[in-house]
Design a protein around this ligand. Sequence first.
Ligand code: HEC
Ligand code: HEC
Length: 345
Amino acid sequence: MKSLAAITFIGFFCVIWTNIPFPFPVPEGFPSPIYKFQNNPRTREGFELGRKLFYDGLLSKDGNFPCSSCHQQFAAFATYEHRLSHGFNDQFSFRNAPGLFNLAWKKELDWDGGINHIEVQPLAPLLDPHEMAEDLNHVISKMKKDKTYPVLFNRVFGSPGISSQRILKALAQFTASLVSADSRYDKMKRGEVHFNQYELKGYEIFQQKCSRCHQEPLFTDFSYRNTGLEVDSTLKDFGRMRITGRKEDSIKFQVPSLRNVFLTYPYAHDGRFVTISEVLEHYNSGVVQGPTLDSGLRKGISISSDDRFYLIYFLETLTDSSFIKNPLYADPAMGVRNEAPAHLH
Ligand code: HEC
Ligand code: HEC
């Protein structure tokens, strides 16, 4: 009886969702996305299934490490306050977990661009013995035994069956839908607010010194650069070279977006910088020379203490509080669970 009630309940909502148009919103001023939901048409049911999977511990070996354990909404889907993230058996991820947003515009994912399609991306954490430590057949057999998954997969894909391909498509419906484009910067661009004089000055400095790589409106040009960070002797991470095997790619990492940068600390591929000030000091005085160092960084980037003050004002305008509070992206079982800690506001 209970399961019948559950199925009727879910069925009721699915019927309500069916036929509700669910177009992908491309924000004003953004380029055309790379991932256009071809062969994976975006529907409300598909998105909801992806969201449920993203928050479900069932996808990890011991149940404790859903995607959302490392990608937390209040931290713009980065891991809050962690250099590296915790995974299975108290182990750590190899890199700092990036925030997840505007992924539909990314051709290559991860710090080294080692993954070239958003639909296959979840396989990396799922199979990694330090992260979710699972295998797909086992995940599928757990889902088949579950009361709701078989019904939901049937609804979304129009026929019964749970397969790895369907799991990956549903997850992409959620991850590719995470759009952050409502920060104070965006409102300024849309003419809804005016920057104050500090923000304006910071914006000017940013355009002179940073936007070559952190290009608007996504705040990255998606290129791989060596910004003069010394290789960590334990992690021995040579970035893009791990993928291409080419010496000229040594210590190059994909330029990260700076949207929501106030929420995604610590910074850099290994989370070595705790504050934005430390990152700025690196550009100012810490750049390490080397054969693959970006040619524009040979002398570092001179940032006076006034510049730093204004730049921080500007970078703060990239925080999108409606993104981190959007109930559409929250744990479906809990609503928006975690408010950003007060000092982040
Ligand atoms: C144990 C922590 C952990 C878990 C669990 C985890 N991730 Fe991640 N995620 C990371 C780290 C660390 C990276 C960066 C990897 C790299 O650059 O090598 C990452 C990168 C990503 C990226 C690429 C982002 C970008 O901007 O390039 C996506 C997308 C992503 N994860 C989605 C997911 C999904 C979906 C799941 C669940 C199936 C998941 N993650 C589970 C830690 C985690
Ligand atoms: C030559 C290209 C380039 C320039 C110029 C540049 N950056 Fe970066 N930036 C990068 C790359 C690449 C990374 C990632 C480095 C890594 O982790 O190895 C990065 C990382 C960062 C981070 C850390 C972000 C995170 O999520 O971890 C911040 C903050 C940052 N840059 C701010 C700035 C500011 C402010 C300026 C101007 C003063 C600037 N950058 C100029 C390429 C650049």
